[in-house]
Design a binder for this molecule. Structure first.
Ligand code: PHE
Length: 344
Protein backbone atom coordinates (compact mmCIF):
# COMPACT_ATOMS: atom_id res chain seq x y z
CA UNK A 1 0.00 0.00 0.00
CA UNK A 2 2.83 2.32 0.83
CA UNK A 3 4.42 1.50 -2.44
CA UNK A 4 1.22 2.52 -4.26
CA UNK A 5 1.12 5.75 -2.33
CA UNK A 6 4.74 6.41 -3.18
CA UNK A 7 4.23 5.79 -6.91
CA UNK A 8 1.19 8.06 -6.94
CA UNK A 9 2.91 10.89 -5.10
CA UNK A 10 6.08 10.67 -7.12
CA UNK A 11 4.00 10.53 -10.30
CA UNK A 12 1.94 13.59 -9.39
CA UNK A 13 5.13 15.46 -8.52
CA UNK A 14 6.77 14.48 -11.81
CA UNK A 15 3.68 15.62 -13.71
CA UNK A 16 3.64 18.89 -11.87
CA UNK A 17 7.29 19.56 -12.67
CA UNK A 18 6.87 19.09 -16.40
CA UNK A 19 7.38 22.30 -18.32
CA UNK A 20 6.67 21.03 -21.83
CA UNK A 21 4.76 18.34 -23.71
CA UNK A 22 7.83 16.23 -24.44
CA UNK A 23 8.68 15.94 -20.76
CA UNK A 24 5.06 15.10 -19.99
CA UNK A 25 5.07 12.35 -22.56
CA UNK A 26 8.19 10.87 -20.97
CA UNK A 27 6.42 10.87 -17.58
CA UNK A 28 3.45 9.11 -19.16
CA UNK A 29 5.74 6.37 -20.46
CA UNK A 30 7.61 6.11 -17.15
CA UNK A 31 4.45 5.68 -15.08
CA UNK A 32 1.67 4.34 -17.31
CA UNK A 33 3.68 2.58 -20.00
CA UNK A 34 3.91 -1.21 -20.32
CA UNK A 35 7.13 -1.25 -18.33
CA UNK A 36 6.10 1.72 -16.18
CA UNK A 37 5.92 2.11 -12.42
CA UNK A 38 2.16 1.40 -12.21
CA UNK A 39 2.57 -1.80 -14.15
CA UNK A 40 5.38 -2.92 -11.87
CA UNK A 41 3.02 -2.45 -8.89
CA UNK A 42 0.84 -5.16 -10.45
CA UNK A 43 3.80 -7.51 -10.29
CA UNK A 44 3.72 -7.24 -6.51
CA UNK A 45 0.25 -8.88 -6.50
CA UNK A 46 1.60 -12.38 -6.79
CA UNK A 47 2.95 -12.22 -3.22
CA UNK A 48 -0.42 -11.19 -1.71
CA UNK A 49 -3.17 -13.27 -0.16
CA UNK A 50 -6.49 -13.91 -1.91
CA UNK A 51 -8.27 -11.34 0.21
CA UNK A 52 -5.64 -8.70 -0.21
CA UNK A 53 -5.45 -9.01 -3.99
CA UNK A 54 -8.77 -7.25 -4.95
CA UNK A 55 -8.16 -4.43 -2.46
CA UNK A 56 -4.65 -3.96 -3.75
CA UNK A 57 -5.80 -4.12 -7.37
CA UNK A 58 -8.44 -1.51 -6.72
CA UNK A 59 -5.90 0.82 -5.11
CA UNK A 60 -3.56 0.43 -8.06
CA UNK A 61 -6.47 1.25 -10.37
CA UNK A 62 -7.26 4.38 -8.41
CA UNK A 63 -3.60 5.33 -8.56
CA UNK A 64 -3.66 4.77 -12.33
CA UNK A 65 -6.79 6.87 -12.79
CA UNK A 66 -5.42 9.63 -10.60
CA UNK A 67 -2.23 9.81 -12.58
CA UNK A 68 -4.11 9.62 -15.92
CA UNK A 69 -6.41 12.46 -14.89
CA UNK A 70 -3.47 14.56 -13.70
CA UNK A 71 -1.62 13.89 -16.96
CA UNK A 72 -4.59 14.99 -19.05
CA UNK A 73 -5.07 18.12 -17.04
CA UNK A 74 -1.40 19.01 -17.28
CA UNK A 75 -1.46 18.28 -20.99
CA UNK A 76 -4.21 20.83 -21.53
CA UNK A 77 -2.29 23.45 -19.60
CA UNK A 78 0.92 22.77 -21.51
CA UNK A 79 -0.87 22.81 -24.88
CA UNK A 80 -2.26 26.25 -24.19
CA UNK A 81 1.16 27.41 -23.08
CA UNK A 82 2.82 25.96 -26.20
CA UNK A 83 0.32 27.76 -28.41
CA UNK A 84 0.95 31.02 -26.56
CA UNK A 85 4.70 30.62 -27.01
CA UNK A 86 4.24 29.91 -30.71
CA UNK A 87 2.08 33.00 -31.16
CA UNK A 88 4.66 35.16 -29.42
CA UNK A 89 7.45 33.66 -31.52
CA UNK A 90 5.60 34.16 -34.79
CA UNK A 91 4.35 37.62 -34.01
CA UNK A 92 4.98 40.13 -36.81
CA UNK A 93 5.74 43.67 -35.77
CA UNK A 94 3.64 45.59 -38.24
CA UNK A 95 4.98 48.89 -36.93
CA UNK A 96 8.46 48.22 -38.38
CA UNK A 97 9.03 50.29 -41.53
CA UNK A 98 9.18 48.11 -44.67
CA UNK A 99 11.91 47.95 -47.26
CA UNK A 100 11.46 50.67 -49.87
CA UNK A 101 12.08 49.30 -53.36
CA UNK A 102 14.64 51.33 -55.28
CA UNK A 103 12.89 52.99 -58.19
CA UNK A 104 14.95 53.96 -61.22
CA UNK A 105 14.80 57.39 -62.75
CA UNK A 106 14.42 58.63 -66.28
CA UNK A 107 17.87 59.48 -67.64
CA UNK A 108 18.28 63.25 -68.18
CA UNK A 109 19.11 62.69 -71.85
CA UNK A 110 15.91 60.69 -72.28
CA UNK A 111 14.01 63.53 -70.64
CA UNK A 112 15.44 65.99 -73.16
CA UNK A 113 14.75 63.59 -76.03
CA UNK A 114 11.13 63.11 -74.94
CA UNK A 115 10.64 66.83 -74.45
CA UNK A 116 12.00 67.55 -77.94
CA UNK A 117 9.94 64.79 -79.50
CA UNK A 118 6.78 66.21 -77.94
CA UNK A 119 7.68 69.65 -79.22
CA UNK A 120 8.34 68.62 -82.83
CA UNK A 121 5.56 66.03 -83.04
CA UNK A 122 3.30 68.89 -81.94
CA UNK A 123 4.45 70.75 -85.07
CA UNK A 124 3.58 67.80 -87.30
CA UNK A 125 6.97 66.07 -87.45
CA UNK A 126 7.28 62.30 -87.36
CA UNK A 127 10.07 60.44 -85.57
CA UNK A 128 12.48 58.23 -87.53
CA UNK A 129 15.18 55.88 -86.30
CA UNK A 130 18.03 54.03 -87.94
CA UNK A 131 20.91 51.64 -87.25
CA UNK A 132 23.92 52.70 -85.18
CA UNK A 133 26.13 50.48 -87.33
CA UNK A 134 25.74 52.29 -90.61
CA UNK A 135 26.90 52.10 -94.18
CA UNK A 136 29.44 54.62 -95.38
CA UNK A 137 26.89 55.25 -98.13
CA UNK A 138 24.27 56.83 -95.84
CA UNK A 139 26.63 58.34 -93.29
CA UNK A 140 28.87 60.09 -95.84
CA UNK A 141 28.34 59.52 -99.58
CA UNK A 142 24.67 60.52 -99.71
CA UNK A 143 25.36 63.45 -97.41
CA UNK A 144 27.59 64.92 -100.10
CA UNK A 145 30.77 63.62 -98.51
CA UNK A 146 32.43 61.42 -101.16
CA UNK A 147 35.56 59.42 -100.31
CA UNK A 148 38.61 61.66 -99.87
CA UNK A 149 36.40 64.70 -99.18
CA UNK A 150 38.46 66.77 -96.74
CA UNK A 151 35.39 67.45 -94.58
CA UNK A 152 35.33 63.78 -93.58
CA UNK A 153 38.05 64.77 -91.14
CA UNK A 154 35.48 66.92 -89.30
CA UNK A 155 34.05 63.68 -87.92
CA UNK A 156 36.76 61.22 -86.96
CA UNK A 157 35.14 57.86 -87.56
CA UNK A 158 35.11 54.38 -86.01
CA UNK A 159 35.25 52.16 -89.11
CA UNK A 160 34.21 48.52 -88.82
CA UNK A 161 35.01 47.62 -92.42
CA UNK A 162 35.84 50.02 -95.27
CA UNK A 163 32.09 50.16 -96.00
CA UNK A 164 30.59 50.03 -92.48
CA UNK A 165 31.07 52.30 -89.50
CA UNK A 166 29.50 53.55 -86.28
CA UNK A 167 27.38 56.44 -87.51
CA UNK A 168 28.96 59.82 -86.77
CA UNK A 169 25.74 61.79 -87.03
CA UNK A 170 22.01 61.11 -87.29
CA UNK A 171 22.13 62.70 -90.76
CA UNK A 172 22.54 59.06 -91.83
CA UNK A 173 18.91 58.44 -90.81
CA UNK A 174 17.81 61.40 -92.91
CA UNK A 175 19.57 59.93 -95.95
CA UNK A 176 17.76 56.62 -95.45
CA UNK A 177 14.38 58.37 -95.17
CA UNK A 178 15.06 60.47 -98.27
CA UNK A 179 15.83 57.33 -100.27
CA UNK A 180 12.80 55.46 -98.91
CA UNK A 181 10.50 58.39 -99.79
CA UNK A 182 11.17 57.82 -103.52
CA UNK A 183 10.63 61.48 -104.38
CA UNK A 184 7.37 61.79 -102.41
CA UNK A 185 6.87 65.15 -100.67
CA UNK A 186 6.58 66.63 -98.14
CA UNK A 187 9.10 65.19 -95.69
CA UNK A 188 9.03 66.39 -92.11
CA UNK A 189 10.87 64.36 -89.53
CA UNK A 190 13.15 64.31 -86.55
CA UNK A 191 15.66 61.55 -85.97
CA UNK A 192 17.03 61.06 -82.45
CA UNK A 193 19.81 58.61 -81.67
CA UNK A 194 23.29 57.75 -80.45
CA UNK A 195 26.28 58.73 -82.55
CA UNK A 196 30.00 57.93 -82.26
CA UNK A 197 33.20 59.82 -83.00
CA UNK A 198 36.84 59.09 -82.27
CA UNK A 199 37.35 61.73 -79.63
CA UNK A 200 39.34 61.77 -76.42
CA UNK A 201 36.80 62.03 -73.63
CA UNK A 202 36.98 65.15 -71.49
CA UNK A 203 34.53 67.55 -69.86
CA UNK A 204 33.06 68.62 -73.20
CA UNK A 205 33.88 65.68 -75.52
CA UNK A 206 32.55 62.15 -75.54
CA UNK A 207 33.22 59.38 -78.08
CA UNK A 208 29.53 58.58 -77.84
CA UNK A 209 26.80 61.18 -77.60
CA UNK A 210 23.24 61.83 -78.69
CA UNK A 211 21.81 63.90 -81.46
CA UNK A 212 18.42 64.80 -82.76
CA UNK A 213 18.40 66.05 -86.29
CA UNK A 214 15.45 67.51 -88.14
CA UNK A 215 14.69 67.51 -91.85
CA UNK A 216 11.95 69.26 -93.78
CA UNK A 217 11.70 68.97 -97.58
CA UNK A 218 8.88 70.41 -99.66
CA UNK A 219 8.04 73.14 -102.12
CA UNK A 220 9.24 76.65 -101.28
CA UNK A 221 10.90 75.78 -98.00
CA UNK A 222 13.16 78.72 -97.11
CA UNK A 223 15.77 79.79 -94.59
CA UNK A 224 13.01 81.86 -92.94
CA UNK A 225 11.11 78.63 -92.19
CA UNK A 226 14.26 77.24 -90.59
CA UNK A 227 14.71 80.35 -88.49
CA UNK A 228 11.09 80.39 -87.33
CA UNK A 229 11.26 76.70 -86.40
CA UNK A 230 14.50 77.07 -84.46
CA UNK A 231 13.30 80.19 -82.67
CA UNK A 232 10.23 78.28 -81.52
CA UNK A 233 12.48 75.42 -80.35
CA UNK A 234 14.81 77.82 -78.46
CA UNK A 235 11.91 79.54 -76.72
CA UNK A 236 10.25 76.30 -75.67
CA UNK A 237 13.50 74.79 -74.36
CA UNK A 238 15.15 77.86 -72.83
CA UNK A 239 12.41 80.39 -72.13
CA UNK A 240 9.85 82.45 -73.99
CA UNK A 241 12.00 85.59 -74.32
CA UNK A 242 14.94 83.86 -76.03
CA UNK A 243 16.23 85.24 -79.35
CA UNK A 244 18.33 83.37 -81.90
CA UNK A 245 20.87 84.46 -84.49
CA UNK A 246 22.47 82.77 -87.49
CA UNK A 247 26.19 82.86 -88.20
CA UNK A 248 27.61 81.55 -91.50
CA UNK A 249 29.19 78.12 -91.23
CA UNK A 250 30.05 75.12 -93.35
CA UNK A 251 28.58 71.64 -93.62
CA UNK A 252 28.94 69.57 -96.81
CA UNK A 253 25.26 68.57 -96.78
CA UNK A 254 23.78 72.05 -96.41
CA UNK A 255 24.15 75.25 -98.44
CA UNK A 256 24.04 77.81 -97.01
CA UNK A 257 25.07 76.44 -93.61
CA UNK A 258 24.66 78.25 -90.33
CA UNK A 259 25.71 78.01 -86.73
CA UNK A 260 22.82 78.96 -84.47
CA UNK A 261 23.24 80.94 -81.25
CA UNK A 262 20.59 81.58 -78.63
CA UNK A 263 20.56 84.42 -76.10
CA UNK A 264 21.91 83.22 -72.77
CA UNK A 265 19.18 81.81 -70.53
CA UNK A 266 21.25 82.57 -67.41
CA UNK A 267 21.75 86.31 -67.89
CA UNK A 268 19.17 87.02 -70.59
CA UNK A 269 21.91 88.31 -72.93
CA UNK A 270 23.68 90.73 -70.60
CA UNK A 271 26.79 88.55 -70.31
CA UNK A 272 27.80 86.04 -67.62
CA UNK A 273 30.25 83.14 -67.14
CA UNK A 274 27.87 80.64 -68.82
CA UNK A 275 27.86 82.58 -72.11
CA UNK A 276 31.49 83.66 -71.61
CA UNK A 277 30.26 87.26 -71.34
CA UNK A 278 29.02 87.37 -74.94
CA UNK A 279 25.30 87.10 -74.17
CA UNK A 280 25.02 84.29 -76.76
CA UNK A 281 25.37 80.52 -76.57
CA UNK A 282 26.15 78.39 -79.61
CA UNK A 283 23.52 75.71 -79.71
CA UNK A 284 23.34 73.86 -83.03
CA UNK A 285 24.25 73.56 -86.70
CA UNK A 286 21.75 73.86 -89.54
CA UNK A 287 21.26 74.90 -93.13
CA UNK A 288 19.37 74.47 -96.40
CA UNK A 289 19.69 70.92 -97.75
CA UNK A 290 22.40 70.87 -100.43
CA UNK A 291 20.97 70.30 -103.96
CA UNK A 292 23.44 67.42 -104.41
CA UNK A 293 21.90 65.63 -101.42
CA UNK A 294 18.40 66.01 -102.86
CA UNK A 295 19.47 64.85 -106.32
CA UNK A 296 21.41 61.81 -105.05
CA UNK A 297 18.29 60.63 -103.20
CA UNK A 298 16.07 61.06 -106.26
CA UNK A 299 14.54 64.51 -105.72
CA UNK A 300 14.44 67.31 -108.29
CA UNK A 301 16.30 70.14 -106.55
CA UNK A 302 14.71 72.67 -108.91
CA UNK A 303 11.23 71.77 -107.73
CA UNK A 304 11.81 71.32 -104.02
CA UNK A 305 14.00 72.56 -101.23
CA UNK A 306 14.51 71.77 -97.58
CA UNK A 307 16.19 72.63 -94.34
CA UNK A 308 18.00 70.48 -91.80
CA UNK A 309 19.30 71.05 -88.32
CA UNK A 310 21.26 68.99 -85.81
CA UNK A 311 20.85 69.31 -82.06
CA UNK A 312 23.28 67.78 -79.56
CA UNK A 313 21.16 66.46 -76.70
CA UNK A 314 23.98 66.57 -74.14
CA UNK A 315 24.59 70.22 -74.97
CA UNK A 316 20.93 71.08 -74.47
CA UNK A 317 20.80 69.12 -71.20
CA UNK A 318 24.04 70.70 -69.94
CA UNK A 319 22.79 74.21 -70.64
CA UNK A 320 19.31 73.59 -69.31
CA UNK A 321 20.36 71.85 -66.09
CA UNK A 322 23.73 73.56 -65.51
CA UNK A 323 25.83 70.38 -65.92
CA UNK A 324 29.52 71.11 -66.46
CA UNK A 325 30.91 67.69 -67.44
CA UNK A 326 29.53 65.59 -70.29
CA UNK A 327 30.97 62.42 -68.73
CA UNK A 328 28.29 62.62 -66.02
CA UNK A 329 25.77 61.32 -68.53
CA UNK A 330 27.68 58.08 -69.07
CA UNK A 331 29.23 57.15 -65.72
CA UNK A 332 25.82 56.31 -64.21
CA UNK A 333 26.47 57.67 -60.74
CA UNK A 334 23.06 57.42 -59.10
CA UNK A 335 23.76 60.57 -57.06
CA UNK A 336 23.88 62.46 -60.37
CA UNK A 337 20.94 60.66 -61.93
CA UNK A 338 18.76 61.18 -58.82
CA UNK A 339 18.90 64.94 -59.40
CA UNK A 340 16.54 64.50 -62.31
CA UNK A 341 13.99 62.29 -60.59
CA UNK A 342 10.63 63.73 -61.45
CA UNK A 343 8.81 61.27 -59.19
CA UNK A 344 10.39 61.92 -55.77
N1 PHE B 1 25.25 66.51 -88.98
C1 PHE B 1 25.81 67.69 -88.37
C2 PHE B 1 26.74 67.27 -87.27
O1 PHE B 1 26.62 66.19 -86.76
C3 PHE B 1 24.76 68.60 -87.80
C4 PHE B 1 23.91 69.20 -88.88
C5 PHE B 1 22.73 68.58 -89.22
C6 PHE B 1 24.27 70.36 -89.52
C7 PHE B 1 21.94 69.11 -90.20
C8 PHE B 1 23.48 70.90 -90.49
C9 PHE B 1 22.33 70.30 -90.82
O2 PHE B 1 27.63 68.00 -86.87
Amino acid sequence: MEKIQEVQQDGLKAIEECSNLEQLNQVRIDYLGKKGHVQSLMALMKDLSKEEKPVFGQKVNVCKQTLTAALEQKQEVLKVEALKNQLVKEKIDITLPGYKPVVGTVHPLMMIQQELEDLFVGMGYSVAEGPEIELDLYNFERANLPKDHPARDMQDTFYITPQTLLRTHTTAIQMRVLEASKGQLPIKLICPGKVYRRDDDDATHSHQFMQMEGLVVGENITLADLKGTLKFFAQKMFGEDREIRFRPSYFPFTEPSVEVDVTCHMCGGKGCPVCKHTGWIEILGAGMVHPNVLEMSGFDSKKCSGFAFGIGLERVAMLKYGIDDIRNFYTNDVRFLKNFNRFD
